[in-house]
Design a protein around this ligand. Structure first.
Ligand SMILES: Nc1ncnc2c1ncn2[C@@H]1O[C@H](COP(=O)(O)OP(=O)(O)OP(=O)(O)O)[C@@H](O)[C@H]1O
Length: 269
């Protein structure tokens, strides 16, 4: 059997008419199509149950679509792969391994030489601010620290694509802002393609090149909002009229579906 050549101009990720009907007959995704270019940062927002996680799981190769296909570099996704790092809301650390060992774990299954593994682990420990806790077990860490450890573990493998499902959902507001800044700093230094699910409209706009707004019944793309704000994104930018306008536009696309995500609605006075 011959494999079709990968087109040079293929988007990094291509979702083509993907549908998902679960075994109980529930249709979680209707007909979803989306291209994500190399090095893009795309966030996905939408009401609970509109199929965000289902779509991400299909990209991760953890679920199979029941119609259409998902492609990475022009090749159909057929299970998980090391080029796609997945980060969930729950940290999923190994409790019996130290922070350092948890970060190193993913690297053991790659062909990275020992010296390079060590270098990378120290680099990502430093990047997420956990060097001082490297020899601690996860049970001694706060929720935000555990999540930073999970993020370092995913980054250390150098996946070309990061698939993130509400990764900062369980951390306090201040840690969340720091994690957002760290993620953007890493993304701009090391360039990855990121697909990031969130319920937080501010977070969606702050991080993304494009915000994909989904709707439910069945899950589908309602609107795509281009975020033409410059990087690096700063705290001042969050207060700017341009940011507020985009935030309100995304909010309105979600809000006018008749369901509300978490977070405060825009003031209308
Ligand atoms: N294995 C399954 N079998 C049947 N239905 C499922 C299954 N997994 C998810 N669903 C349903 O599919 C729909 C989409 O779920 P999904 O988790 O993708 O939504 P979501 O947009 O990520 O929601 P949330 O924002 O609450 O995390 C939901 O109605 C959910 O109940």
């Amino acid at each position: 059997m011959t494999t079709a050549p990968v087109p040079l101009d293929a988007p990094k990720i291509s979702v083509r008419h993907v549908g998902k009907r679960f075994d109980n007959g529930f249709v979680a995704l209707g007909d979803v199509s989306l291209d994500v270019e190399d090095n893009e940062f795309v966030t996905i927002v939408g009401p609970s149950g509109c199929g965000k996680s289902t779509l991400l799981n299909i990209l991760a190769g953890l679920e199979e679509p029941s119609g259409g296909e998902a492609l990475v570099d022009g090749v159909p996704v057929d299970g998980p792969g090391p080029e796609r790092g997945v980060i969930f809301q729950q940290y999923a650390l190994f409790p019996w391994l130290t922070v350092r060992q948890n970060i190193e774990f993913g690297l053991r299954t790659t062909r990275v030489a020992k010296a390079e593994r060590r270098r990378r682990v120290e680099h990502y420990l430093d990047l997420v601010g956990l060097t001082a806790f490297a020899d601690e077990l996860p049970k001694t860490l706060s929720g935000g620290m555990k999540q930073r450890c999970a993020i370092a573990r995913a980054y250390a493998v150098h996946p070309e694509i990061l698939l993130m499902d509400e990764p900062f959902g369980a951390v306090d507001a201040l840690t969340r802002v720091r994690l957002q800044e760290q993620l953007l700093a890493t993304w701009s230094q090391e360039r990855r393609t990121v697909v990031f699910i969130t319920h937080d409209v501010d977070e969606a706009v702050f991080l993304a090149n494009r915000v994909v707004v989904m709707a439910a019944g069945p899950g589908r793309i309602q609107e795509i909002v281009e975020v033409d704000l410059p990087y690096p994104r700063t705290e001042e930018l969050r207060l700017s009229p341009e940011f507020t306008a985009l935030r309100n536009r995304v909010w309105s696309a979600v809000y006018h579906q008749g369901a509300t995500p978490s977070g405060a609605p825009p003031t209308t006075s």
